[in-house]
Design a protein around this ligand. Sequence first.
Ligand code: RP5
Length: 160
Amino acid sequence: MTVDVGIIMGSQSDWPTMKEAALVLDQLGVSYETKIVSAHRTPDRLWAYGRAAAGRVQVIIAGAGGAAHLPGMMASKTRVPVIGVPVQTKALSGVDSLYSIVQMPKGYPVATMAIGAAGAANAGLLAAGILALQDAGLAARLDAWRAALSDSIPEEPKDE
Ligand code: RP5
């Protein structure tokens, strides 16, 4: 099956975070799939996904927590752009995830987002922005999404 975006994550426990990327893609009408692909628990699945990715998905969003090797290993296996989402952990608040994802060696980039839900939502938006380079309809929907967010911000604060 061919889809625009592959959303992959290391564990079922990452889904509440990674769902934020899926929600954004739903709002923008971007097709995607969601898969659990663990660098440590299912390495063969990771390899198979990376081997087949080019031509099947255009962008990969990969989220993982702790020793978060999934985004980097996926970037090693495919030239498809990988956007990494550091999932917030209980032990170290996701700083471990961030450091595991962000410091890639030259040659195998991962576009690393912020820790947690905001990072996952931004991963969806970044994927949409990449796809919009070749899709005028999506570009218009993304512009409208951004304008609506701007319009929702009040000019003055008020007591809650
Ligand atoms: C990582 O370990 C996953 O990405 C997840 O964030 C973390 C914990 O996984 P579980 O023990 O909750 O399955 O591989």
